[in-house]
Design a protein around this ligand. Sequence first.
Ligand SMILES: Nc1nc2c(ncn2[C@@H]2O[C@H](COP(=O)(O)OP(=O)(O)O)[C@@H](O)[C@H]2O)c(=O)[nH]1
Ligand SMILES: [Mg+2]
Length: 575
Amino acid sequence: MSGAESLQHAFTQLDDVLASVQFPLPLYGAERLRRLSVSVGHQLRDHLMPRAERLDAPLLAVVGGSTGAGKSTLVNSILRSTVSRPGVLRPTTKSPVLVCHPDDEAWFRSDNVLPGLVRTDTQLHDSRALHIVAFPDLPPGLALLDAPDIDSVDDANRTLARQLLLAADLWLFVTSAARYADAVPWDYLATASARDTVVSVVVNRCPPGAVDEVAGHLAQMLAERGLASAKLFSLVERSLTSDGLLPMGDVSGIRQWLLRLASQADARSQVAMQTLAGTVRSLDTDLRDLTEGMARQQEALAELRDQASRAHRDAAAGVDRATGDGTLLRGEILARWQDLVGTGDFMRSVEQRISAVRDRITGWFSGDQRVEAVEVAISDSLAAVLRDAGEGAAEATAHDWSHTRWGRDILAAAPHLRTPSPGFDAAAEEAIRAWQGDVLRLVEEQGKGKRMRARFLALGTNAVGAALMIYVFALTGGLTGAEVGIAGGASVLAQRLLEAVFGEDAVRRLARQAREELAARVEGVLAGELARFTEVLDALAVEDGAPERLGEARAALVTAARDAFDDLTRPVGID
Ligand SMILES: Nc1nc2c(ncn2[C@@H]2O[C@H](COP(=O)(O)OP(=O)(O)O)[C@@H](O)[C@H]2O)c(=O)[nH]1
Ligand SMILES: [Mg+2]
């Protein structure tokens, strides 16, 4: 692959990757990076790709500068023909005019250069149109483009002015004696300096006595800003000819400089190569900025994701605590359990029952409303705990997200995230029902054992299951003082009942399993809630691997550029 081909290849690769260079979160600088990414895309398609494809393609000299600097008048005066209407009334939106030799017309009319602009044959009031003028008096090899004002009050105009200057092989930068120290032109000139763009500066409309002074000062400013090599022309303010042109003698210097450049293939290619190499070099910084910017987007999203996960994990842990520290044994559940087991010699009667029915199949508690009441109390209490957890997780996530501007933006766009999902209560109830089913299955499974079958059947699945749930809720202890007396007593009773049926070891294992099942069910419900947050974040995510791909494209460009520009030294003799 030749140097130019590997450059072309690197440009194409970069252009492909740019599609996935996005900055969805309003982080600091994201807006600038979005514009930068668009600008890099334009530079690739407007200038770099066509230039690498045809190093000998005609040069594009863009005439740029501030409003009223006299750009259009200068272009017309150089060509001695009114190809571009000067603006009398401001502000004006006029499509840029590109003047080229008829031999070069096909190149500039094609989509090879500036593919985003629609070609027209007249000057329109439209900044997305490019008026092409074929002009036989201009030699082939160089086109002049009269660009919009760099400081236009019209955004689209200003953006296009920048796009065109960044697409140029050569700048003809026009300023005036009154305005040459303005900030905007110098921002542009700094860009040209950083990119090593070939620039020629025209200082227009100098008061007759002050030409040397203005030109001297401007030359000094250019030198201080790394543009000592810029060719400088100064023009005295005059009344225009009846055609609205500057006198021929005034512009002949600029005209000759341009015509000579156009006529020398070597000089042309040096200009093209210098600007190409400089642009590629400056892209490197831009691409690093973009890559870092994307990484920051990813970090910010990852933080939001962590906050949501943590809030939901904390909520699950909260449920785990609330269902394992005896809290649940304080209220309704305890009351209904006491209704069932009463106090006093419940266990003795259980044991009597068990021995009495040893050979008979009967459920002591079967159909007992009191067992059902315990189960309902358990569902209701668990549902309340889960509801709190769901609300807590949503609130905590929203609270954490509100700390950043981007987090607030996301919440503002999706306010429903502040509360649990509409289906949350139903999902929680379903999970609790499913857990109760898990517990009943667990005890039934255990009750199948030969030794304990009769005892199990004597009490019935539901009563044993309810006892296991009660035991689970008290499992890790945490009850103090008077609570131990009542709730602790209740759970001790449950434990003794279970041990009477299954034996000590089995009870401990069953309780552990039941607890794990509960934790899994709770996590399942909360995972559904968390998914709402992660879906929103996924939609905002930078495409997977995009920063890495951009990094690779940048590295490939560095290598290709090194190969292509190895023998390139700064051109001499183009003035
Ligand atoms: N007297 C005089 N008028 C000029 C000169 N250059 C430009 N103008 C006028 O200044 C106005 C703006 O010029 P124009 O070429 O449209 O500036 P542009 O905005 O940079 O393209 C027009 O009315 C021109 O006729 C000049 O050297 N002398
Ligand atoms: Mg103009």
